[in-house]
Design a protein around this ligand. Structure first.
Ligand code: GDP
Ligand code: MG
Length: 599
């Protein structure tokens, strides 16, 4: 297709504002998918995505649209992940577009991720079309939300398109606006190939499939390709586009969006953000801006509940990694849990997804330790080490300085919650940056807050304190020094390395007590009394004990109600699934996660 008739765009929105539903309407209106074949939200393919209602992997679909001016356009819709854990992937998808539909729910208004995504779109120089969605709902306030778009985002309210993605209202207006307002791609048709990889996934039959935007030149089936950042090369086995199924064609030309089947066996050879070129141009060509290797922010130990499953766990992680260059893991041994893996994730959602996939797709029972961040520790000798497992923290005497990652966070909230949010953020060691009124009764609050505090229960507390009205966005800020200590936990006098925590010194005493109290309720009674202690260095700061089991607990069932006995045994069996014997005591999964409810 000639450049003048191509439009590449994406849809950005705060979660649940209707991005996927709108995408479905566009696909339907352009006949890309018939109404009959329409499965709600066809762009969200992974089972997990459907269930969680979020978009994890971006997708790109080509539509053919005959505009009111009679011309036929190729519209490429690039779907972007909707969660902050995947900001880098969002930014790469945006870099493949010239325009963005900014969807705002007319019953809600502008939220934290509306703005975060908008900033990314502005950075990528996209032309932005505001869409006020869900106007079919009785609680819709399109006028108020238009005004917000004008005040906060700085787009004229006359540019806003009123829509209901659910009912199909405004769909044609949106398509017309894309054709008229989004500029066609600019690129050099006669230069050597440069294409941006904005997503990739591993396919068992075709190898790694890369989703690309051709910036200059063209991509031909059968030619050879080179990846600039990865330094890898492969044959182009197939090229094509999504309709939304894969449709193979001979070539992709300048400005087009589509896929390449590469034959690579691992997505790390062909990562998001890398530039595709041809081997002859490799030495001279300028890579496209902005390749960043994925950076793990949250770490946890993953252990098989049954240690015989260790090889299966390794194999499952190997497989997941083929498809997820952001997943990091290395073998780890714990005195409490045995052989397992230290894993690194982009954030909490990414961690949750990996754990769920290991359990569902690979049928493994996993025991996970509490999530941790990565500390930069300067030892007294001057050496700097990275510590992402609390039990690896050196002894006090050897530490000069500990630094921890801080995040820049922004919170959108009705102003009546300012007080309670300030309390929350202060209790989480947040540093105040800014407070801006964006309307008479809505504010934008900015803080820096330790990531270690953010991953522990912050979001849930924010939601519950504000009845769900506040929205949150965050980005990595910087490393800052903090007065931190390591707290060890001893169960039945045996130190359990997987329960060690890094805490702020000022609150270590209080949190140590709360933690030990919590553990007491989680560790099941044994035939003997089990002491639980928290210690900093050699000093015990808290102690509780799990009383011995009363001998008659099971005896009561004998001869009695048989179904009750069966229930009890079944319950025990279920409980067994997620237990680890440490010394002579069984510790359940919940104990390793107890820190998450410390508050
Ligand atoms: P996303 O998270 O931005 O992709 O949002 P979804 O497209 O998944 O939509 C979130 C929820 O809002 C779903 O339950 C949709 O059915 C609903 N929804 C989306 N658009 C509309 C609309 O225009 N009107 C109404 N009433 N509901 C909508
Ligand atoms: Mg969605």
């Amino acid at each position: 297709t000639d450049l003048a008739h191509i439009r590449n765009f994406c849809i950005i929105a705060h979660i649940d504002h209707g991005k996927s539903t709108l995408a479905d309407r566009l696909l339907e209106y352009t006949g890309t998918i018939s109404k009959r074949d329409m499965q709600a939200q066809s762009l969200d393919q992974m089972e997990l995505e459907r269930e969680k209602g979020i978009t994890i992997k971006s997708q790109a679909v080509r539509m053919v649209y005959t505009a009111l001016d009679g011309e036929v356009y190729e519209l490429n819709l690039i779907d972007t992940p909707g969660h902050v854990d995947f900001t880098y992937e969002v930014s790469r998808s945006l870099a493949a577009c010239e325009g963005a539909l900014l969807v705002v729910d007319s019953t809600q208004g502008v939220e934290a991720q509306t703005l975060a995504n908008l900033y990314l779109a502005v950075e990528a120089d996209l032309s932005i079309i505001p869409v006020i969605n869900k106007i079919d709902l009785p609680s819709a306030e399109p006028e108020r939300v238009k005004q917000e778009v004008e005040d906060i985002i700085g787009l004229s309210k006359d540019e806003c398109i009123l829509a209901s993605a659910k009912e199909g209202i405004g769909t044609q207006d949106i398509l017309e606006a894309i054709v008229k307002q989004v500029p066609p791609p600019s690129g050099k048709t006669d230069s050597p190939l440069r294409a941006l990889v904005f997503d990739s996934h591993y396919d068992a039959y075709k190898g790694v499939i890369a989703y690309v935007r051709v910036v200059d030149g063209e991509l031909n089936e059968g030619e050879r390709l080179s990846m600039i950042a990865a330094g890898s090369s492969a044959d182009i086995l197939e090229v094509g586009y999504f309709h939304p199924r894969l449709v193979s064609i001979k070539k992709l030309t300048t400005g087009e969006v589509g896929y390449i089947a590469t034959g690579f066996k691992n997505v790390k050879d062909c990562q998001v953000g890398d530039t595709v070129t041809v081997p002859s141009a490799l030495e001279t060509i300028e890579p496209l801006a902005g390749y960043q290797p994925a950076k793990s922010m949250v770490f946890a130990g993953l252990y098989p509940v049954d240690s015989n499953d260790y090889p299966e766990l390794r194999e499952a992680l190997d497989r997941l990694k083929l498809n997820d260059a952001a997943l990091f893991y290395e073998p780890e041994t714990s005195n409490a849990l045995g052989f397992g893996f230290r894993c690194g994730f982009l954030g909490m959602l990414h961690m949750e997804i990996i754990q769920e996939r290991l359990e569902r797709e690979y049928n493994l029972d996993i025991l996970a330790t509490a999530p941790s961040v990565e500390y930069h520790v300067t030892k007294t000798g001057g050496e700097v080490i990275e510590v992402n497992n609390p039990s690896d923290m050196p002894n006090f005497g050897e530490i000069e300085l500990i630094e921890e990652p801080y995040m820049d966070i922004s919170i959108f909230t009705p102003s009546r919650y300012i007080g309670t949010i300030m309390d929350l953020v202060t209790s989480k060691r947040g540093l105040y940056k800014d407070l801006k009124y964006i309307e008479a009764e809505r504010v934008l609050m900015s803080y820096e807050i330790p990531l270690a505090e953010l991953i522990i229960d912050f979001y849930d507390q924010l939601k519950s304190r504000t009845q769900g009205y506040a929205s949150l966005d965050y980005n990595f800020g910087s490393y800052r020094s903090s007065d931190l200590v390591k707290m060890d936990i001893l169960v039945n006098t045996v130190p359990v390395d997987a329960l060690s925590l890094i805490l702020h010194r000022e609150r270590a005493y209080y949190q140590g007590r709360a933690f030990v109290e919590k553990l007491r309720t989680l560790i099941p009674r044994q035939l003997f009394e089990v002491p639980i202690q928290a210690a900093i260095g050699s000093r015990v700061i808290a102690r509780e004990s799990v009383k011995a089991m009363r001998k008659d607990v099971l005896a009561k069932c004998y001869g009695g109600d048989i179904s009750r006995k069966r229930k009890l045994l079944e319950k025990q069996k279920e409980g067994k699934k997620r237990m680890k014997m440490v010394g002579s005591v069984e510790i359940p999964q919940e104990a390793f996660m107890a820190v998450l409810s410390l508050g």
